[in-house]
Design a protein around this ligand. Sequence first.
Ligand code: ABU
Length: 857
Amino acid sequence: MFVSTSWLLLWGSIVWAATAEPVTLHIGGTFPMESGSGGWAGGEACLPAVQMALEDVNNRLDILPGYVLNMTNHNSQCQPGLAMQQLYDFLYKPPTKLMLLTGCSPVTTVIAEAAPVWKLVVLSYGGSSPALSNRNRFPTLFRTHPSANMQNPTRIHIMEKFKWKRFTILMSVEEVFVTTAKDLEALARKKGIRVDRQSFYGDPKDAMKTLQRQDARIIVGLFYVTEARKVLCQAYHHGLYGRRYVWFFIGWYADTWYYPPPEEHLNCTAEQMAAAAEYHFTTESVMLSRDNLPAISDMTGMQFQERLTRHFQKETANVGGFPEAPLAYDAVWALALAFNCTRNNLPSHIRLENFSYDNKIIADTLFQCVKNTSFRGVSGKVMFSDSGDRIARTQIEQMQGGKYKIMGYYDTTSGDLEWYNKEQWLNGRGPPPDSTVIKKHAMTVSNEFYYPTIFFSVLGILACVLIYIFTQKHRERLVIFQSQPECNNILLIGCSLCLFSLFLIGLPSDDISVPESLFPFLCHARVTILLFGFTFAYGSMFAKVWIVHRMGATENQQLASRQKDEPISPTKFYVIVAALTAVDIFVCFVWILIDPLHLTEQKFPLFTPADSEEDEMIMPVLQQCQSNQQEVWIGIIMGFKCLLLVFGTFLSYETRNLKLRFINDSRFVGLAIYNVAVMTLVTAPVVTLLIHGKVDANFAFISLTVLICTYISVGLIYGPKIRHIIKVPPSADEVQQNGNTGPAVMSKVDQKRYDMLRKENETLQKQIEEKERKIHECRERLEQLTMNSETEDMNAQLLRGSNKQLAEDNMTYSTATTLTTTIPLIDLQLNGTHPGQIYANDNDDDRSSTSSDEILL
Ligand code: ABU
């Protein structure tokens, strides 16, 4: 009963409305029909779309029954000044307008900012500026056009997809683009993408030059279509297009926007513009519903587009505002529904047609109704956010062969990218890099230097190992036994370390898979291995000359001659080498602790590789291990080593004629020290001062020095020994020493006999000294007695006693004399020389010095 009554009332009112004179509701609309000073000329398609919508709404009996909508419109030319004048016309020329429709951001901005004064709600079908989302500044503005910010998340997503970490924004100085650019920059920063910004007003020529200087590759353009054509033409002339560049333009330009209209007098042909435009991307909010479901107007999006297309004689791709036309059409429906809602929600005594510019009740009701709008439009679902914005998906297109192809869609709300993988690139390979790829080329030792060096290093290390095995096998041979083999082994270890260090020094840092954090270890290994190798090798030789010199320099000749013949404990050598190593350890420890080495890169000018098609340049980089106070540490180490070298050379010279039985190779050691000193003292300054930074020369000098020093040292010290062992059979060693043709050596049995006799001789010498002292005393007493001449008897008695004593002493004396003459004879037998001459002292002065044996004799 109730339902049928309601239907009757509704039907009655419709019939009444259809038959009664309808009340006209007036609205004002601005349409940018052409863009005189550049801007969006969207009115061309949007005005017919709005008119179509007004017609449709007015034909609908269920919406605003008894009312007809009427629009007064002006061509704003997208110019805010002109639009202000038109606003005053709307306001002060009757009839009263209930709502205003605007397109183009600059016009929407001025009208929406002023409209609240007249309690007018503004609905924009073509204002994309993000600035329009400010509710404080535009309290009564709603728009069916999504904010330009909507495309920014899409742009960032594409940047990430193609791994671009850097892009440039080129924009015209308009609030709509400035605010869009700011939002885009903020989003990019959050994602760690670097953004540069270039702006221009009118002529983009200078901005384009700057882009070229900055080597911009990925460029997002924010400008109206007139400027877009200027930019494209300049891009063509500056070569900022092609396989190395990717342009992003705004997606609401007409499809053939890049063809230059004759009135713009662009310095580019249509072909040039088409060439520059090829493969650019566009992003734009989806403005046409692709649903098959009909909208509130009973048309699908496609049906609307077909209907609108029939209005135009020309290709719609060239009609300004054709993409936005669904937004304009839906704006009228939103407006009509809001009027309908307001009419229903107003108190009964207030009628919608009675609206005046100070009527707060109708204005507030209308505002609430627009705010609550929700319907299916030909552009999709029409709803407004709190800030009055439209929520929509973004469509990404790419120009391929002069035609826009859809690449995918991005849903800002969910963050989902639907991508069809249809993108194409001029290089045919893939997305170009976001900047010139600068490839580092580590300046490393050339293979021609490195591999031969490694060959000789390995050979040297192998030789050291073989020599060690050989000498161990023949360690009983006197030529080895009396050459301090333990000390020589240290030499072999040291030489091997030095040779191994060459492998690390020449090793290219970028070829080894060491994480960067471990590079300091490599640096330290390079330095310390060479340092310790040097100390072991040189220290072992230094220890020998040092000990020889100390023994030769002993003032007590008797002690000296005895020491020269005695075995020397290897500990003495170990102590010297250990002391030198301790100094190295201390210096290295302090160095690594307070100023560790790290990898530094010295960069050289870029160059383009001749044979490369890639967009790349080569930057030669010299990788070096360096400390902050490198010079200080090098100075300390080199200073100490130089002192050692000079001192070692001095000791070698001093001991050139000395020879100890148990350091039988001291003369060869001396020669090796000369060689090391000369090579090192020449190479060190050359490497550090003259050829610093020249990788090959540096490595060549260091490796030659190390190779020559190690080969010569090992050769000098082991060569004669190996030759002796090979040539002379073990049984011939003793014979040879008797003939005094080889090293002064004696068998262990002889050695023991010799030592026993020496001890016996020493004991007898002491006894003889004692007896002589007693004889001397007796003689003195006797002389005293004689001089006294007291009694003849006493004299005679004393004389008898003394003679008896003298006879006993003479016997002891003759025994001792026999022994002291025997020892030199044994020596003579063993060595073919007098003990004082075993040391083969060539020095005439030394030879003339009186030995203890001579004193005894
Ligand atoms: N889609 C056209 C937007 C024009 C403007 O915001 O000025």
